[in-house]
Design a binder for this molecule. Structure first.
Ligand code: ZN
Length: 650
């Protein structure tokens, strides 16, 4: 790994020297674009010298050989450099030309090949002249392309047509498009996409709602976005409108279930706009993906990608949609400048999500949701503090030389959100909301780093309110500051009591009460059965988490007989239940755990299950067998995480 950085440093030095050279020779234009000195540890691109303004991609999606054939046409602003550097990872670059379509001239390029296992991929260095602004890269994806998941028909709901989708965040867009893959640069894009007849492509852009006989589709995204938000999916898709400017794409088999689950989507958009200003992207649609999707949702602009595990049947997991919608402000509109500032995307989004949930369903519910997350945060802080990187409990990270995915923990999400909650409590909601509205307005379609945010916070919120709030401690120090906002929910207290009573052997499922009838002597026995629907999903999560880690299997069987968690269709509950089962040695759960692991690819669920299984040699052996059966059903993001867990060298 060292050699990469040594070489990279040399490369950078060459570019800095070039920069000085060209700046002394002529006046730099356009200065504004290059004014902010940007250095992204996770991109080889020289965006300080030349940067893409608009990208047009011609794509041919070929399911037979699982390959995308593409031409990436970059319209660039050149600050007088003779080399343009792009990021690529496992792409087959065929040729590169300069100039307009029809008048293109081929040019030379070099691909850095020193470390094929590099997290970053390789730099693609293209020879240009100081006036070049149009670069066209002809390429195809390979079987090592990590962003794309190619699914055979059996892995879809309809089981008749294949499906493909991409996941770009954090640095995987470079594995399906050669580009400057840094969130520090925002670009507009357009695309011409050819797909097999009968299938519909959709992108993070203006989308078609019906298939076209020729199988050729045009897309455009006119607002500038960071590269990790370029996304495509192709499948047998149908569309249903859910409101004025929103709707859902899914396979026809799921469209009924989807439209019922997400019926509150127009209300959510309304609530979000009332909080922090107008939705800036025109249309807001959802796309229901197959089960292999590694995340719960991905906030691709205009088209949030959603994991079907959210379809609980009772709308109990819709806070995920509130989260992805909130990203239309935090993340997509105001974007983290580097992956070290990831908390600016996620912390703000979790805070915003909770406010949307409060607007729609009331404070009692939003408090329960936040408390579940806070409990997870405490666990994560403890885990990270004992790991090789205890400094990862800071909000501002230093991920140089590491995979940016390492920063995707509860710290960015929940510690970030509780920082804002605590700040809101200190300053008062009205002033805090006004501050957030102005933050989103000031930095709309721009990128922000932590230092810039801290300055903005001081000038616009802390100083005007004479506050000595410890923002620096929250951001630059490990752990959770003492002034962290606390939540108290009586409903959670009650459900924890219920768990205690169960653990102590009480029959909580049927309570006997004696009612007096006609005077003192006659009494009637009444049996009150536990009504599970009186508790929301997150209360059941607390119930399961409250039970001891190694609980008597007899008690677990009693729970199964009365509540049967594994058949609820609610992935959050099922997942917690399996974890408890594994910890307690409830081996009878194995067949249903196996079914779950073979069907679902969402990393949040499968990684902790595999992790727990890897703790005993016997479970590890079984986990490896299941993984070998299921690994091809997972997206590379989940597959790589689990692979490392199950096969890491001791
Ligand atoms: Zn998010």
């Amino acid at each position: 790994m060292k050699s990469i950085y040594l070489y990279f440093q040399l490369l950078i030095t060459v570019f800095i020297l070039n920069a000085c050279d060209s700046e002394t020779k002529k006046s730099v234009s356009p200065t504004e674009v290059f004014a902010d000195s940007v250095f992204d540890n996770h991109s080889y691109s020289n965006i300080n010298k030349i940067r893409t303004k608009h990208l047009h991609i011609d794509l041919d999606v070929n399911f037979e050989n699982k390959t995308v054939y593409g031409i990436a046409r970059h319209e660039m602003i050149n600050n007088g450099t003779d080399t343009a550097i792009f990021d690529i990872k496992a792409l087959d670059i065929q040729k590169i030309t300069l100039g307009k379509k029809g008048q293109e001239k081929e040019t030379d390029f070099i691909i850095g090949q020193w470390d094929k296992d590099s997290i970053l991929g390789q730099p693609l260095m293209v020879k240009i002249d100081p006036k070049t602004t149009l670069i066209n890269i002809y390429y195809k994806t390979t079987e090592k392309t990590e962003a794309i998941d190619w699914l055979s028909p059996e892995l879809t709901s309809g089981k008749k047509h294949p499906f493909m989708y991409t996941q770009g965040e954090a640095i995987l867009t470079r594995s399906w498009i050669p580009l400057q893959d840094s969130p520090a640069n925002r670009i507009t894009y357009s695309a011409s996409v050819t797909v097999p007849e009968g299938l519909l492509p959709v992108m993070s852009a203006e989308n078609p709602i019906k298939t076209d006989k020729k199988g050729i589709y045009e897309f455009k995204m006119e607002q500038p976005i960071p590269s990790y938000l370029i996304a495509i999916a192709v499948g047998n898709l149908t569309y249903k409108k859910l409101g004025e400017n929103c709707g859902i794409y899914s396979e026809p088999e799921l469209i009924g279930q989807c439209s019922s689950e997400f019926i509150d989507l127009p209300k959510m958009i309304n609530a979000a706009e009332n909080l922090y200003g107008k939705y800036q992207w025109g249309q807001y649609d959802l796309l229901m993906l197959p089960y292999s999707f590694p995340f719960g949702g991905m906030e691709n602009p205009r088209l949030t990608f959603v994991n079907p595990t959210v379809l609980a049947g009772d709308r109990s997991l819709v806070s995920l949609i509130a989260h992805e919608l909130a990203h239309s402000w935090s993340g997509n509109l105001v974007t983290n400048r580097s992956w070290d500032d990831f908390w600016l995307n996620e912390g703000f989004t979790v805070y915003f999500e909770n406010r949307i949930m409060e607007s729609l369903y009331g404070k009692e519910i939003s408090d329960i949701l936040a408390q579940v997350e806070l409990q997870e945060l405490h666990n994560e802080i403890q885990y990270i503090s004992e790991s090789d990187h205890p400094e990862d409990t800071k909000l501002k990270l230093k991920l140089s030389g590491r995979n940016p995915d390492d920063g995707m923990t509860s710290i960015a999400y929940t510690k970030g959100a509780f920082f804002l909650k605590t700040l809101e409590k200190e300053i008062g909601r009205e002033k805090f909301d006004k501050f957030l509205r102005s933050y989103f307005k000031t930095y709309a379609f721009k990128t922000v780093n932590t230092e810039l945010f801290v300055d903005y916070l001081k000038v616009n919120l802390l100083e005007p309110n004479d506050s000595d709030f410890n923002a620096e401690e929250w951001i630059y120090k490990e752990g959770l500051p003492k002034n962290c906002y606390t939540i108290h929910s009586t409903r959670i207290d009650n459900v924890q009591q219920l768990a205690k009573r169960f653990e102590n052997g009480e029959n909580i499922f049927e309570e006997v009460k004696w009612l007096k009838i006609n005077g003192r002597k006659k009494r009637k026995k009444q049996i009150i059965r536990l009504d599970r629907s009186k508790y929301i999903t997150q209360e059941w999560q607390f119930f399961i988490r409250e039970l001891p880690e190694k609980i008597d299997v007899k008690l677990l069987k009693r729970l199964d007989a009365n509540l049967n968690f594994k058949d609820w269709g609610n992935s959050e509950i099922i997942f917690e239940w399996y974890l408890l089962g594994i910890k307690s040695g409830y081996v009878e759960l194995r067949p249903s755990i196996e079914k779950f692991l073979l069907k679902i690819g969402r990393r949040k669920y499968i990684a902790p299950i595999y992790q727990e299984l890897s703790k005993s040699p016997e479970n590890l052996k079984w986990a490896r067998e299941v993984f070998e059966k299921g690994k091809n059903n997972y997206h590379s993001i989940s597959r790589n995480t689990v692979q490392e867990m199950l096969y890491k060298k001791k």
